[in-house]
Design a protein. Structure first.
Lengths: 312, 279, 432
């Protein structure tokens, strides 16, 4: 960014009376942050806030597309509480978010341990395994559908066959499908989390390890008392991102199982999509979405509170 | 460094398994794309069978992937640059200025990350199709409709805010004593110090815009303006196109993200680390 | 002075505007087509423009089509005419975006068979579309596999299952590997595929989704015939006679499964003949009437219709276009004889055209016969979409649970259908 053409804000004030100058300076100073925010605020108001408000208004209507829409008050919201399929979907989503968050964190933790260091080959591996994180979800879904194909000749099934395990249904088995999707999500997110953890590991003071060695602490105790506390900030980032992402999981599911088999992988968003968009009931879809929004905002605030209370 | 042989072997095995799990799938995707034999659903090639680049040729020329690639390039290049500029400016205000309303602005911006974008599809459509007051025209069905909405992305604003907060106050004060004005502090002190973060945000912004599916679907009504993700979805819905060609098209679509990542990955890794240390 | 000047300019502009719109009428037509199949529609439209001078602007998409219409409706930016599945009539009528059609306004309407017109009927008995193509479903069989195993063409469910078993276990392609399956099934709940696939079998068993009464509709899924149908299809999936992943498959998965030689049977419409001709090839496949169930032979009948949308400024041009679509000229172009590309017109609706004369192909005879003698349209409840969705979800669940209690599961699904009918105010009050 070049600064050559930029005028000194103070230059404008020159030639004015001292009093006005002081006033305008004060006013100017409180205005400055808003000037920096202006481009973002224009774009956000135009393409995010205003559509969000429109969407929020829609949640109070039975949306008709050509005739005038009908005001239904809170009916769309109260309907959500009686929607048994939505309740099932919330259960799946909660399980998905929790299992995926912890799974990805644990795998990332081991990856970070295995791939710590600056050796050339380690740097290469670190770069290479980031591939899943930069690949779009639609492509990853396609890959997993093929790898976890339930055919005997499916890649994972062929491998299990070598180990003497019979062919599994994976995405076609109501008892396994959600777990395969969780695994997929861990696969995509663990390398990303690893990089964040690595940063945490690097920042841990080496002397703490030395002190632990002097005390004769076991590896496990070292991990528990030195490593983990050291990467708490990193863990916090990982959990928050994972929650924000996880509760609105959609493409991952829609492109692999469409919410099936037997509804075993329905999530909040696939449910909203089916009721709201395939059956074209936008009012209800908006209402549930804004409840999800409120819940996620609350969760984020809670997370920030907990973090600042315990970890400063 | 002296490591015993068993340890070296163990390490090698661990590395091999990690690579196999995380990179192996991509290998078979590439092999499938260069295979001339069409495969059964659920099969991928582990080694190329009668290797050929025809799949790429068909995808690129006959399926007009070149055209969609071009559209994606236009959108992603303008979109990413504008996004980083706008985000950096906003982040500077949020990170380095104390002003009333900062908290609420932050929360409002962050909340846009949490709303499923499907919900605002119709409102967004209405916004783009409306005649704009000053220029008296609608941006619907133009590149602008795909670029402008992605310029605002809460994730990059927050990432940059976190990094800018981490820059020590003393550096800024020293610059001000030297007579630097606000803009100069921003350009000469803050931005150079957060270069790794800018690299990170650039990569994430690039990938986010590159993968946009719903937005072009909503604001474009012309096959010639469609971007790759939308075009790929159309290709997949066409039963007459064999899987190998779709895989080849998919690889073409993936390539730019990978290239950008490789080019910027030094910044990227450093950026992520610095961010995490801060928390 | 100034006023006169303004008036002249304004008047001039207005006149110019009027003149322009009169000479260069432009009709906007949207259709759900893939990149390839859109060429056929383009050919029909070109013939129309050549004939009438009315220009047509087109938009084709194979993804997100209904959503796009919904958005366009919300902004009052609807196209003039939409060419889409006939089954969308109830849904579009419910959205309130289509105009009622007076058969007398359509030139040549009397040439269109009453069966075809039936597909354009709304729940109130009025017409809301002009049918332009009809089709039914039949069974594709790998003839080479069947003959290699010395089996007969299946005429009943039992024979169909026996053939599926042989295809699965007796290595019909002779490659020495256990990698073939009996039948390719799309049983995903997405977009209601499972419901769509089950419909043939429900009718073949003598059952069905709903029964039409004088006072509305009664849900009928709890009839024992339907349980038989579900049990038959569940057997195909649970006994491993269908392609792997059938339970999550859409037609985008089930067609490749047949084409690639993974599965030996496929229930499909005539629109995929061109693709199947390319692979595995017409010499290796045969098209037969769907096997009979306990209730006889039955198949789903579908069609393609042209809809006139609301907000049309020039209804006359739209009506002209729709009349043209059913004319012998347009129907012939739409049939796209001699090309592998999916035709716009599958079975012509204009009775003056003999499909068998135009297409010298016995496969089309099977489709023609099935449509005329065994075709069932989906029930004409006001909005079938939520029910298709719900039953798709329900059938997907039942088919996925290999040891579930089918009659109990169907009874539960039946109650859901009753609720949906009640929501649409068409549930027969005698339902308890």
């Amino acid at each position: 960014m070049s600064d050559a053409k930029v005028e000194d804000p103070r230059a404008n004030a020159q030639g004015r009376t001292p009093k006005r100058r002081r006033l305008s300076r004060k006013f100017g100073r409180s205005l400055v942050p808003w000037l920096y925010l202006l481009p973002a605020l224009v774009i956000f108001s135009w393409f995010k806030f205003y559509p969000m408000v429109l969407g929020f208004v829609m949640s109070f209507y039975d949306i008709q597309f050509y005739a005038p829409s009908e005001w239904v008050g809170l009916a769309n919201f109260s309907r959500a509480f009686h929607d048994t399929q939505l309740m099932v979907a919330i259960g799946h989503t909660a399980l998905y978010v929790i299992a995926e968050t912890f799974g990805a964190a644990i795998v990332a933790f081991f990856l970070a341990f295995a791939l710590e260091g600056q050796a050339r080959h380690i740097r290469f591996i670190r770069t290479a395994i980031f591939l899943p994180a930069i690949t779009s979800v639609a492509i990853i879904a396609e890959i997993w559908r093929i790898f976890f194909n339930s055919a005997q000749y499916g890649l994972v099934n062929s491998f299990l066959d070598l180990l003497g395990i019979p062919a599994q249904g994976f995405l076609t088995d109501p008892d396994q499908a959600l777990w395969v999707l969780i695994l997929m999500s861990i696969w995509k997110n663990a390398p990303y989390n690893m990089v964040i953890f690595l940063a945490g590991l690097v920042s841990i003071n080496r002397e703490l390890y030395d002190a632990a060695d002097v005390d004769g602490a076991s590896l496990w105790r070292k991990i528990w008392h030195v490593t983990l506390p050291g990467i708490v900030p990193a863990i916090s980032v990982v959990i928050m991102l994972s929650f924000i992402r996880g509760f609105r999981v959609f493409t991952e599911v829609y492109a692999t199982t469409g919410g099936g088999p037997a509804g075993s992988t329905s999530t909040i968003m696939t449910h909203i999509y089916k009721v709201g968009f395939e059956q074209i009931d936008y009012g209800y879809a908006s209402a549930v979405s804004f409840m999800l929004l409120a819940f996620t905002v609350a969760l984020t605030l809670l997370h920030t509170k907990i973090k600042s209370k315990f970890f400063g | 460094m002296k490591t015993s042989l068993p340890l070296r072997v163990a390490k090698f095995v661990v590395y091999a398994i990690i690579l196999l799990i995380f990179v192996g799938p991509f290998w078979s995707i590439v092999m499938t794309a260069i295979s001339g034999v069409s495969l059964k659903p659920g099969q991928l090639a582990l080694l190329p069978q009668s290797p050929t680049f025809d799949n790429f040729k068909v995808a690129f020329l006959d399926m007009r992937v070149w055209r969609y690639l071009l559209n994606s390039m236009v959108v992603v290049s303008f979109g990413t640059i504008a996004q980083v500029v706008v985000s950096a400016l906003a982040a500077y205000a949020l990170a380095r200025k104390k002003f009333r309303g900062a908290a609420i602005v932050s929360l409002l911006i962050l909340s846009t990350l949490m709303l499923p974008e499907e919900v605002i599809a119709i409102p967004l459509y209405l916004v783009t199709i409306k005649q704009l007051p000053v220029i008296d025209t609608s941006i619907y069905n133009t590149y602008f409709a795909m670029i402008l909405p992605v310029v605002g992305w809460a994730f990059s604003i927050f990432m940059l805010t976190e990094f800018m907060r981490a820059v020590p106050k003393e550096l800024e004060e020293a610059a001000r004593i030297d007579g630097a004005n606000d803009w100069q502090v921003f350009g000469h002190v803050i931005l150079p110090l957060i270069r790794p973060a800018l690299g990170t945000v650039l990569i994430f912004g690039f990938i986010m815009i590159w993968d946009q599916y719903l937005l072009p679907l909503v604001v474009i009504n012309d096959r010639d303006l469609e971007t790759l993700p939308v075009a790929l979805a159309s290709l997949r819905s066409d039963p007459s196109i064999t899987p190998n060609i779709i895989v080849a098209a998919t690889l073409i679509a993936m390539a730019p993200s990978v290239i950008v990542y490789l080019l910027l990955q030094k910044h990227f890794n450093r950026g992520l680390m610095a961010g995490a240390v801060k928390g | 002075m100034k006023q006169i000047w303004v008036r002249t300019v304004l008047g001039g502009c207005l006149a110019a505007g009027l003149a322009a719109s009169a000479s260069a009428e432009t009709l906007t037509v949207w259709s759900r087509q893939t990149e390839k199949s859109s060429a056929v529609v383009d050919a029909v439209i070109k013939a129309f423009t050549d004939k009438t001078g009315i220009k047509v602007e087109t938009f084709y998409s194979s993804v997100d089509f209904e959503q796009r219409l919904a958005r366009a409706a919300a902004a009052r930016q609807l196209p003039n005419v939409v060419i889409n599945d006939a089954s969308q009539v109830g849904h579009m009528q419910k959205m309130g975006i289509i105009e009622q059609i007076d058969r007398d306004q359509i030139e040549g309407a009397d040439k269109v068979s009453d069966t075809a017109w039936k597909s354009a009927e709304g729940s109130d008995g009025n017409y809301y579309a002009v049918p332009i193509s009809a089709q039914a479903f039949a069974l594709f069989v790998r003839k080479d596999w069947r003959e290699a195993l010395g089996m007969e063409q299946p005429k009943t469910w039992e024979e169909m299952r026996a053939l599926a078993q042989a295809f699965t276990h007796d290595d019909p392609d002779g490659n020495g590997k256990d990698d073939t399956f009996g039948i390719s099934i799309p049983a995903s709940s997405t977009r209601g595929y499972a419901s769509w696939f089950m419909s043939h079998f429900l009718w073949q068993a003598g059952g069905g989704f709903v029964t039409k009464t004088e006072n509305g509709f009664l849900p009928a899924l709890d009839q024992p015939e339907n349980a038989q149908a579900v049990e038959f299809v569940r057997g195909l999936i649970c006994d491993g006679l269908s392609q792997p992943g059938a339970i999550n498959a859409t037609t985008a998965d089930s067609l490749p499964a047949f084409r690639s030689g993974q599965a030996g049977m496929l229930v499909d419409g005539p629109y995929d003949l061109g693709e199947i001709a390319k692979e595995p090839g017409l010499d290796k496949t045969e098209v037969i009437v769907l096997p009979a169930g306990p209730g006889g032979i039955a198949a789903l009948a579908e069609g393609t219709s042209a809809y006139m949308l609301k907000g049309n400024k020039d209804k006359d041009a739209a009506l002209q276009f729709m009349s043209f679509l059913i004319s012998p000229e347009a129907q012939e172009i739409g049939m796209n004889v001699g090309s592998e590309v999916t035709p716009l017109v599958r079975l012509p609706v204009n009775e003056d055209i003999d499909v068998l004369k135009m297409r010298n192909d016995p496969r089309w005879e099977v489709y023609q016969k099935t449509f005329q003698d065994y075709g069932h349209y989906m029930p004409s409840v006001p909005d079938w979409t939520p029910i298709r969705q719900m039953t798709g979800e329900g059938f997907n669940t039942i088919l996925a649970q290999c040891d579930g209690d089918i009659p109990a599961q169907l009874a539960g699904l039946n109650d859901q259908v009753a609720d949906a009918l009640r929501d649409q105010d068409v549930l027969d009050p005698s339902y308890n």
